[in-house]
Design a protein around this ligand. Structure first.
Ligand SMILES: Cc1cc2nc3c(=O)[nH]c(=O)nc-3n(C[C@H](O)[C@H](O)[C@H](O)COP(=O)(O)O)c2cc1C
Length: 209
Protein backbone atom coordinates (compact mmCIF):
# COMPACT_ATOMS: atom_id res chain seq x y z
CA UNK A 1 0.00 0.00 0.00
CA UNK A 2 2.44 2.70 -1.11
CA UNK A 3 0.19 5.75 -1.16
CA UNK A 4 -0.35 7.78 2.00
CA UNK A 5 -4.10 7.75 2.64
CA UNK A 6 -4.01 9.30 6.14
CA UNK A 7 -6.69 11.92 6.80
CA UNK A 8 -5.67 15.57 6.64
CA UNK A 9 -6.24 16.58 10.26
CA UNK A 10 -6.27 20.29 9.46
CA UNK A 11 -9.91 19.87 8.46
CA UNK A 12 -12.58 19.13 11.08
CA UNK A 13 -15.44 16.72 10.37
CA UNK A 14 -18.89 18.32 10.11
CA UNK A 15 -22.28 16.78 10.83
CA UNK A 16 -24.97 17.54 8.24
CA UNK A 17 -28.68 16.82 8.41
CA UNK A 18 -29.50 13.19 7.73
CA UNK A 19 -30.03 12.79 4.00
CA UNK A 20 -29.54 10.75 0.87
CA UNK A 21 -25.98 11.81 0.02
CA UNK A 22 -24.65 8.53 -1.30
CA UNK A 23 -22.38 9.00 -4.29
CA UNK A 24 -21.65 8.07 -6.97
CA UNK A 25 -24.85 6.38 -8.02
CA UNK A 26 -25.98 5.23 -11.41
CA UNK A 27 -28.60 7.41 -13.08
CA UNK A 28 -30.44 4.77 -15.08
CA UNK A 29 -33.24 5.01 -17.59
CA UNK A 30 -36.13 2.80 -16.54
CA UNK A 31 -38.30 1.71 -19.45
CA UNK A 32 -41.79 0.34 -18.94
CA UNK A 33 -45.07 -0.28 -20.72
CA UNK A 34 -45.16 -2.02 -24.07
CA UNK A 35 -43.30 -1.61 -27.37
CA UNK A 36 -46.41 0.18 -28.76
CA UNK A 37 -46.84 2.42 -25.70
CA UNK A 38 -43.55 2.65 -23.87
CA UNK A 39 -42.39 5.19 -21.32
CA UNK A 40 -39.02 5.92 -19.80
CA UNK A 41 -37.96 7.81 -16.69
CA UNK A 42 -34.70 8.41 -14.90
CA UNK A 43 -33.94 6.81 -11.55
CA UNK A 44 -30.99 7.16 -9.24
CA UNK A 45 -32.56 5.28 -6.36
CA UNK A 46 -31.62 1.86 -7.66
CA UNK A 47 -29.18 -0.89 -6.81
CA UNK A 48 -28.56 -4.58 -6.34
CA UNK A 49 -30.05 -6.41 -3.35
CA UNK A 50 -28.92 -9.99 -3.90
CA UNK A 51 -26.50 -11.89 -6.13
CA UNK A 52 -28.25 -15.25 -6.34
CA UNK A 53 -31.06 -14.93 -7.16
CA UNK A 54 -30.23 -11.69 -8.95
CA UNK A 55 -32.48 -9.11 -7.30
CA UNK A 56 -32.61 -5.37 -7.88
CA UNK A 57 -34.82 -2.46 -6.83
CA UNK A 58 -36.00 0.91 -7.98
CA UNK A 59 -37.63 3.39 -5.61
CA UNK A 60 -40.38 5.35 -7.31
CA UNK A 61 -42.64 8.15 -6.13
CA UNK A 62 -46.30 7.13 -6.52
CA UNK A 63 -46.92 10.41 -8.38
CA UNK A 64 -44.76 9.33 -11.34
CA UNK A 65 -46.62 8.31 -14.50
CA UNK A 66 -44.40 5.22 -14.67
CA UNK A 67 -45.41 4.14 -11.16
CA UNK A 68 -48.91 3.06 -12.27
CA UNK A 69 -47.56 1.36 -15.39
CA UNK A 70 -45.00 -0.70 -13.47
CA UNK A 71 -47.48 -1.55 -10.73
CA UNK A 72 -49.95 -2.80 -13.35
CA UNK A 73 -47.56 -4.68 -15.64
CA UNK A 74 -45.13 -5.87 -12.95
CA UNK A 75 -42.22 -5.31 -15.33
CA UNK A 76 -39.54 -2.79 -16.17
CA UNK A 77 -36.08 -2.63 -17.68
CA UNK A 78 -33.13 -0.83 -16.11
CA UNK A 79 -31.06 0.69 -18.92
CA UNK A 80 -27.51 1.78 -18.08
CA UNK A 81 -26.65 5.25 -19.33
CA UNK A 82 -23.58 6.66 -21.05
CA UNK A 83 -22.00 10.09 -21.33
CA UNK A 84 -23.49 10.38 -24.82
CA UNK A 85 -26.95 9.94 -23.30
CA UNK A 86 -26.57 12.47 -20.49
CA UNK A 87 -28.92 15.11 -21.90
CA UNK A 88 -31.62 12.53 -22.65
CA UNK A 89 -31.17 10.99 -19.20
CA UNK A 90 -31.70 14.34 -17.53
CA UNK A 91 -34.65 15.20 -19.77
CA UNK A 92 -36.42 11.92 -19.03
CA UNK A 93 -36.07 12.78 -15.35
CA UNK A 94 -37.56 16.24 -15.81
CA UNK A 95 -40.57 15.61 -18.05
CA UNK A 96 -43.43 13.19 -17.61
CA UNK A 97 -44.71 10.60 -20.04
CA UNK A 98 -48.16 11.89 -19.11
CA UNK A 99 -47.46 14.97 -21.20
CA UNK A 100 -45.32 13.71 -24.07
CA UNK A 101 -43.68 10.77 -25.75
CA UNK A 102 -40.23 11.22 -24.19
CA UNK A 103 -38.67 8.43 -26.23
CA UNK A 104 -39.67 10.11 -29.50
CA UNK A 105 -38.85 13.60 -28.24
CA UNK A 106 -35.31 12.49 -27.25
CA UNK A 107 -34.72 10.60 -30.49
CA UNK A 108 -34.22 7.40 -28.50
CA UNK A 109 -35.13 3.98 -29.85
CA UNK A 110 -36.69 0.95 -28.22
CA UNK A 111 -36.09 -2.72 -28.94
CA UNK A 112 -37.93 -5.81 -27.72
CA UNK A 113 -36.70 -7.39 -24.54
CA UNK A 114 -35.87 -11.09 -24.42
CA UNK A 115 -38.09 -12.02 -21.48
CA UNK A 116 -40.42 -9.15 -20.60
CA UNK A 117 -42.98 -7.15 -22.57
CA UNK A 118 -41.50 -3.77 -21.62
CA UNK A 119 -38.95 -2.76 -24.26
CA UNK A 120 -35.35 -1.78 -23.64
CA UNK A 121 -33.71 1.45 -24.78
CA UNK A 122 -31.49 0.53 -27.75
CA UNK A 123 -28.93 3.27 -27.07
CA UNK A 124 -28.12 1.70 -23.69
CA UNK A 125 -25.10 -0.64 -23.65
CA UNK A 126 -26.75 -2.98 -21.16
CA UNK A 127 -30.27 -3.42 -19.84
CA UNK A 128 -31.61 -5.52 -16.98
CA UNK A 129 -34.97 -7.09 -17.67
CA UNK A 130 -36.89 -7.14 -14.40
CA UNK A 131 -40.05 -8.67 -12.96
CA UNK A 132 -41.49 -7.12 -9.81
CA UNK A 133 -41.75 -9.47 -6.82
CA UNK A 134 -42.60 -7.02 -4.05
CA UNK A 135 -43.53 -3.40 -3.48
CA UNK A 136 -42.54 -1.81 -0.19
CA UNK A 137 -43.97 1.61 0.69
CA UNK A 138 -41.22 3.56 2.47
CA UNK A 139 -42.50 7.14 2.61
CA UNK A 140 -41.88 9.48 -0.30
CA UNK A 141 -41.00 6.49 -2.50
CA UNK A 142 -42.19 2.92 -2.91
CA UNK A 143 -39.49 0.34 -3.43
CA UNK A 144 -40.10 -2.08 -6.30
CA UNK A 145 -38.08 -5.19 -5.58
CA UNK A 146 -37.59 -7.20 -8.74
CA UNK A 147 -35.92 -10.32 -10.07
CA UNK A 148 -33.47 -9.67 -12.89
CA UNK A 149 -34.65 -12.33 -15.30
CA UNK A 150 -32.41 -11.46 -18.25
CA UNK A 151 -29.43 -9.26 -19.05
CA UNK A 152 -29.75 -7.65 -22.46
CA UNK A 153 -26.36 -6.41 -23.71
CA UNK A 154 -25.04 -4.67 -26.80
CA UNK A 155 -22.95 -7.38 -28.45
CA UNK A 156 -20.01 -5.00 -28.87
CA UNK A 157 -19.29 -5.32 -25.17
CA UNK A 158 -19.38 -9.11 -24.94
CA UNK A 159 -16.20 -10.94 -25.88
CA UNK A 160 -15.89 -14.39 -27.43
CA UNK A 161 -15.83 -15.96 -23.95
CA UNK A 162 -19.07 -14.24 -22.95
CA UNK A 163 -17.32 -11.80 -20.62
CA UNK A 164 -18.90 -8.36 -20.28
CA UNK A 165 -16.48 -5.49 -20.99
CA UNK A 166 -18.17 -2.22 -20.22
CA UNK A 167 -14.97 -0.14 -20.08
CA UNK A 168 -15.48 1.07 -23.64
CA UNK A 169 -19.19 1.83 -23.17
CA UNK A 170 -18.64 5.32 -21.72
CA UNK A 171 -20.82 4.77 -18.66
CA UNK A 172 -21.73 7.78 -16.57
CA UNK A 173 -22.37 8.34 -12.89
CA UNK A 174 -24.56 10.65 -10.82
CA UNK A 175 -23.13 12.40 -7.79
CA UNK A 176 -25.29 14.63 -5.63
CA UNK A 177 -27.16 16.34 -8.45
CA UNK A 178 -24.41 16.24 -11.07
CA UNK A 179 -23.51 13.89 -13.90
CA UNK A 180 -19.97 12.65 -14.51
CA UNK A 181 -18.29 10.40 -17.02
CA UNK A 182 -16.30 7.61 -15.42
CA UNK A 183 -12.57 8.21 -15.22
CA UNK A 184 -9.66 5.86 -15.69
CA UNK A 185 -9.70 2.30 -14.36
CA UNK A 186 -8.03 2.03 -10.95
CA UNK A 187 -8.04 -1.72 -10.38
CA UNK A 188 -10.06 -4.89 -10.70
CA UNK A 189 -12.19 -6.70 -8.13
CA UNK A 190 -9.87 -8.37 -5.59
CA UNK A 191 -6.64 -7.02 -7.06
CA UNK A 192 -5.40 -5.67 -3.72
CA UNK A 193 -5.44 -9.11 -2.15
CA UNK A 194 -4.27 -11.12 -5.16
CA UNK A 195 -0.78 -12.66 -5.22
CA UNK A 196 1.66 -10.77 -7.44
CA UNK A 197 1.82 -13.47 -10.13
CA UNK A 198 -1.95 -13.88 -10.14
CA UNK A 199 -2.36 -10.12 -10.24
CA UNK A 200 -0.59 -9.95 -13.58
CA UNK A 201 -2.86 -12.59 -15.07
CA UNK A 202 -5.99 -11.20 -13.50
CA UNK A 203 -8.30 -9.06 -15.54
CA UNK A 204 -11.60 -9.78 -13.88
CA UNK A 205 -13.86 -7.08 -12.56
CA UNK A 206 -16.73 -6.97 -10.12
CA UNK A 207 -17.62 -10.64 -9.87
CA UNK A 208 -18.62 -12.89 -6.99
CA UNK A 209 -19.80 -10.42 -4.37
C1 LIG B 1 -30.94 12.18 -12.04
C2 LIG B 1 -32.37 11.89 -11.68
C3 LIG B 1 -32.67 10.85 -10.83
C4 LIG B 1 -34.01 10.56 -10.49
N1 LIG B 1 -34.26 9.51 -9.67
C5 LIG B 1 -35.55 9.20 -9.38
C6 LIG B 1 -35.83 8.04 -8.59
O1 LIG B 1 -34.95 7.28 -8.19
N2 LIG B 1 -37.13 7.79 -8.31
C7 LIG B 1 -38.16 8.58 -8.76
O2 LIG B 1 -39.34 8.31 -8.45
N3 LIG B 1 -37.91 9.67 -9.51
C8 LIG B 1 -36.64 9.99 -9.86
N4 LIG B 1 -36.37 11.06 -10.65
C9 LIG B 1 -37.47 11.88 -11.15
C10 LIG B 1 -38.25 11.22 -12.31
O3 LIG B 1 -37.38 10.69 -13.28
C11 LIG B 1 -39.17 12.27 -12.95
O4 LIG B 1 -40.14 12.69 -12.04
C12 LIG B 1 -39.82 11.82 -14.24
O5 LIG B 1 -40.39 12.95 -14.85
C13 LIG B 1 -40.89 10.76 -14.05
O6 LIG B 1 -41.34 10.42 -15.32
P1 LIG B 1 -42.78 9.80 -15.60
O7 LIG B 1 -43.81 10.76 -14.99
O8 LIG B 1 -42.86 9.76 -17.10
O9 LIG B 1 -42.81 8.48 -14.96
C14 LIG B 1 -35.05 11.37 -11.01
C15 LIG B 1 -34.75 12.43 -11.87
C16 LIG B 1 -33.42 12.69 -12.22
C17 LIG B 1 -33.10 13.81 -13.17
Amino acid sequence: MPENISPDLRYERKMLNAGTILAPLPAVMVSCGTKEKANVFTAAWTGILCTRPAVTYISVRPSRYSYGIIKETGEFAINLTTSKMVRETDFCGMKSGRDMDKIKKCGLHTAPSFRINAPIISESPLSLECKVKDIIPLGSHDMFIADIIAVNADGRYIDSKGKINLQQAGLMAYSHGEYFSLGRKLGSFGYSAAKRSARKRRNVTGRRQ
